[in-house]
Ligand binder design. Structure first.
Ligand SMILES: [Zn+2]
Length: 164
């Protein structure tokens, strides 16, 4: 033990002697004054402590447990809602962007994939993704009433199903 540790220990002992813990207390259940025979004693009697525990501490613990559970469930619900909302919002935005494009009602209109991405379309969010029949690896994306087909590595044909 070095000098500093020794001095701290001495200081703590002096403090204990000069400021002894208050043993004249009020019972936490009935409020009666009592003298604490040991420092952890909080009630005037074992009966009072039992009553205090049964009537206040235990219900409080149960309440805290239930509130924590409720909060955890609420947090999980919020998280699910957030992720759903995010996808819903992106999908809505995709549809809004395509709504503003000029699309030939009969044969559809070709658009450059990069320019669509620049407009803000997120191709990762769609309603359905379907394989194009008689092709090896071509897919169509269904976004709202629109059908987007990759016809060239960088070109998409957009048709509006509702106008067919
Ligand atoms: Zn008491």
């Amino acid at each position: 033990m070095n000098n500093e540790e020794l001095r701290k220990k001495v200081d703590r002992l002096i403090e204990k002697i000069e400021i002894p813990p208050n043993r004249d207390r009020k019972c936490l259940y009935c409020g009666k004054s009592f003298y604490a025979h040991n420092l952890s004693q909080l009630s005037c009697s074992e009966n009072c402590y039992q009553s205090y525990y049964n009537e206040r501490k235990r219900p409080l613990k149960e309440l805290e447990k239930l509130l924590a559970k409720l909060k955890a469930e609420q947090d999980a619900m919020d998280e699910i809602k957030r992720s759903q909302n995010t996808n819903e919002n992106i999908l809505r935005r995709n549809i809004e962007i395509i709504d503003h494009l000029t699309i030939d009602p009969l044969v559809g209109t070709q658009y450059d994939e990069d320019s669509l991405t620049k407009l803000g379309i997120d191709f990762a969010v769609y309603d359905f993704r379907e394989k194009v029949p008689n092709t090896l690896n071509s897919f169509e994306l269904v976004i709202g009433t629109y059908r987007l087909t990759l016809i060239d590595p960088k070109k998409l044909l957009i048709k509006n199903n509702s106008q067919q």
